[in-house]
Write a protein that binds this ligand. Structure first.
Ligand SMILES: NC(=O)c1ccc[n+]([C@@H]2O[C@H](COP(=O)([O-])OP(=O)(O)OC[C@H]3O[C@@H](n4cnc5c(N)ncnc54)[C@H](OP(=O)(O)O)[C@@H]3O)[C@@H](O)[C@H]2O)c1
Length: 217
């Protein structure tokens, strides 16, 4: 099996890449800057491109069995004026078009807790009214549009909505539900999320479903 990881140089993308390789799964990593990719492995193929360039996406998607979306928006400070606010919706549209062209079905997309009214109303007040509404409003509007595009596609998608991602490796079990109630302390270790992503690719579960995930201590 070969998995196409979009955002291979991101915090989650790197962990999914490493874990997949450890499990003997081949990886094609889609990255903007190959120099940032500090992994070398005989089963790793690195492809340079931007998710906002449809040709890059369609050229890269060949020869894989499943696609993992681990791309996020630019960091506001780092991006300065050239920040793109439609990365997730436009990028997913290109990915789905490219998947259709090669008959590829399995698409795992990482969205976020608090995206969409239904999820947001179950998040803590501080996040709901301050972080998500005032700080991340444009990013979340784009992610909501991304989720709609994916749900209306004919792909075998799984949309995963994790709580705050952390790099901590904690002794906790990942809760996976259609509706989770979050607290201020809700968090999802990236390594557990990566493991879940690879598990559902391999057993083909949660197809055409949206799931919320978070750590349960
Ligand atoms: N961080 C959280 O607490 C949190 C919580 C819930 C959900 N999420 C979601 O989880 C996912 C992973 O989050 P993360 O924090 O691990 O990600 P991250 O470290 O912010 O990585 C984002 C990745 O997106 C890539 N990217 C951005 N624009 C791109 C473009 N035009 N073309 C190609 N690649 C592009 C970046 O590439 P470069 O390496 O070149 O910059 C980077 O690899 C994201 O969808 C995020 O929204 C995050």
């Amino acid at each position: 099996m070969k998995v196409f990881i979009l955002g291979g140089t991101g915090a989650l993308g790197r962990i999914v890449t490493n874990l997949a390789l450890q499990k003997g799964i081949e990886v094609k990593a889609f990255v903007r800057n190959p120099a940032k990719m500090n992994v070398q492995h005989p089963k790793l193929e690195i492809v340079q491109g931007s998710i906002l360039n449809e040709t890059d996406v369609s050229n890269a998607i060949k020869g894989v069995d499943a696609v993992v979306w681990a791309i996020g928006h630019e960091n506001k400070k780092a991006a300065k004026k050239i920040m793109s606010m439609d990365t997730c919706s436009r990028g997913s549209h290109y990915v789905i078009n490219a998947m259709n062209m090669v008959g590829l079905k399995r698409f795992i997309a990482v969205s976020s807790w608090g995206v969409g009214d239904n999820s947001r109303k179950r998040t803590p007040l501080f996040f709901r009214h301050f972080i998500f509404r005032l700080i991340l409003n444009k990013e979340f509007a784009d992610k909501e549009k991304q989720e709609e595009i994916i749900r209306s596609s004919n792909t075998n998608y799984t949309i995963i909505k994790p709580s705050r991602l952390t790099n901590k490796i904690k002794n906790c079990k990942l809760q996976v539900k259609h509706k989770l109630n979050y607290s201020h302390f809700s968090n999802t270790p990236r390594v557990l999320l990566a493991d879940f992503i690879l598990e559902i690719i391999q057993d083909n579960s949660f197809v055409r479903e949206t799931v919320e995930v978070s750590c349960k201590n």
